[in-house]
Write a protein that binds this ligand. Sequence first.
Ligand code: PGA
Length: 264
Amino acid sequence: MNANFEKQVLISGNWKMNENHFEALRLVQELSALLHLPNGETVLSESVMVSIHPTFTSIRTVQTAIESDHVPVFLGAQNCHYIDKGAYTGEISPDMLAKLGVQYVITGHSERRQYFFETDEIVRKKVDAILRHGMHPILCVGESMEERNSGKAYNKVKEQLKAIFSARSVEETLRIVIAYEPIWAIGSGMTATSGDAEDMCAYIRKEIGELVGPEVTDGILIQYGGSANEQNAGDLLSQSNIDGLLVGGASLDAKKFVAICRSV
Ligand code: PGA
């Protein structure tokens, strides 16, 4: 808990391939109950924004629940294609997500890079497409354990940032959320220390400033992700370069997720 907290924070729940649409509805209803005070106001502090990222099959159900219950969260998605429509069997376009009221789309997640062979080039096309449709990409970057142990973590992240932010305008840059997610910390219960996470987030801020221009450094929003939970959230969020959290496992438990959102 940081009493001097003035910065805007974004807490995002990445539900991954969990919760069918019945379970997703229950989860959003639980969130609604926990996020509202009896007088209908939100329990969240003004500086906190929240997004939830269900699977594609649950997005419509969750959208309807958010709207009818006035749940104070933004609707998010976990992925999309970069083309608007056409013969791409099994894909979902950014246009379809925007029409559903989706505002934040995770892209470049290490699970997609690793299991679905998404390259920096593909991630850049997705970032462009998400921006074109008026939504915010949540761009994930981060190193493997091997890269960290061999002293290559900063270089890896630098290359990932270069692929997305070179020749990028100030206006577009400020609409992109960056999530620093060390791969070894995801789903492993091994959180980066708040000091290590802070150092990398500070580095990301500086690098983007160099790629785009110094005017973006104060405005960009940088999350940390990787085994974030209700116990470590306050410490992570009190770091000056960490402006939010991308939460996987703990976002499937409404009580834990709301505790994280309230730890600012
Ligand atoms: P985790 O996942 O919180 O379960 O480690 C984070 C993520 O992959 O975004």
